[in-house]
Design a protein around this ligand. Structure first.
Ligand code: AMP
Ligand code: ZN
Length: 288
């Protein structure tokens, strides 16, 4: 079976691999295709596509956008992004600007909790990439305030912890139609990860389906078998497709591996073929 991975991050957000390193690894693992889905940016896609060509691995132009519901965050994956779309670029730069405000507020909170970090050093860890909590975690680790990246989240950065500040982002009801207008295929990332009540989540997914949501990310490193089954049942009930990916972040998430996640992900090219059939039926551009 030829395998794929539709959820990966590079240094252009909070992953640690350059696009060329990611694609080399994909080739070494025998993956047929990967989607590069950095947070709130398309900046790494050109380099990823060039490396994909060199390595003989298909690259799907993707991104992962943050959105906020009344219950908390929801992450939206966009696939087959256009090469040029002023409205999409606009949306992405708005999301990044909101992120920067939030990052500064979180660093201020960390300082007031006795962790003397500067925004400058956190930004330096992100380089040109989208900056976020994993970079704060690395700065906390470098200063010896915590002993591991996961401790940084557990003590300070996770939702509900003392340095957490929610992102003031758009609702999925705004993000999804923007992606659809740009011609993207849209999937809801790891729907069961946040622990939202199932009845609320199902009703929300149904509403988002009516706004253009195409798929649910059933297979994900943090989804249990029962989560996968629930996504499959909901997708069937609502006429949605399914996607899957590891959410690979390189050494920022050392236990999550490209292609296999925590070891048991197996994503076949059949997933991709189904998505492409949907795109054809929708009259959307299909580039393979
Ligand atoms: P941000 O977009 O800045 O809110 O950061 C989100 C990133 O932090 C995602 O890539 C998550 O995978 C990562 N993250 C969230 N919670 C944790 C956690 N408890 N441990 C490690 N990484 C986490
Ligand atoms: Zn991330």
């Amino acid at each position: 079976m030829q395998r794929i991975d539709l959820h990966t991050h590079t240094v252009f957000s909070d992953g640690t691999d350059l696009p060329c390193q990611l694609l080399k690894q994909a080739k070494a693992m025998g993956l047929a295709a990967i989607a590069v889905t950095d947070h709130d940016t398309c900046e790494g896609l050109a380099a990823a596509e060039a490396s994909g060509q060199a390595e003989g691995v298909q690259v799907i132009r993707g991104c992962k956008l943050s959105s906020m519901t009344e219950r908390g965050e929801m992450h939206i994956l966009g696939y087959w992004l256009p090469y040029r779309s002023a409205p999409l670029e606009d949306l992405l730069s708005r999301l990044r600007a909101q992120r920067n405000v939030r990052n500064e507020r979180m660093v201020e909170k960390l300082c007031s909790l006795g962790c003397r970090l500067s925004m400058e050093e956190v930004q330096n860890l992100a380089g040109q990439g989208t900056c976020g909590r994993p970079h704060m975690a690395r700065a906390l680790l470098a200063h010896g305030y915590v002993r591991s990246l996961s401790e940084a989240f557990e003590r300070y950065l996770a939702s509900g912890r003392p340095a957490y500040v929610p992102k003031e982002v758009l609702s999925p009801d705004e993000v999804i139609p923007s992606l659809v207008r740009a011609g993207a295929t849209v999937s809801l990332a790891h729907p069961l990860l946040h622990g939202y009540p199932e009845s609320w989540l199902f009703a929300t997914i149904k509403r988002l389906r009516d706004l253009g949501l195409d798929a649910l990310e059933a297979w994900h490193s943090e989804h249990k078998p029962s989560d996968v089954h629930l996504c499959q049942a909901w997708a069937q009930a609502l006429g949605l497709d399914l996607t899957g990916g590891s959410d690979y972040h390189g050494s920022n998430k050392p236990n999550v591996h490209l292609g296999t996640g925590r070891g048991n992900l197996q994503l076949s090219t059949a997933i991709l073929e189904k998505l492409l059939r949907r795109r054809r039926a929708q009259g959307r551009l299909v580039k393979v």
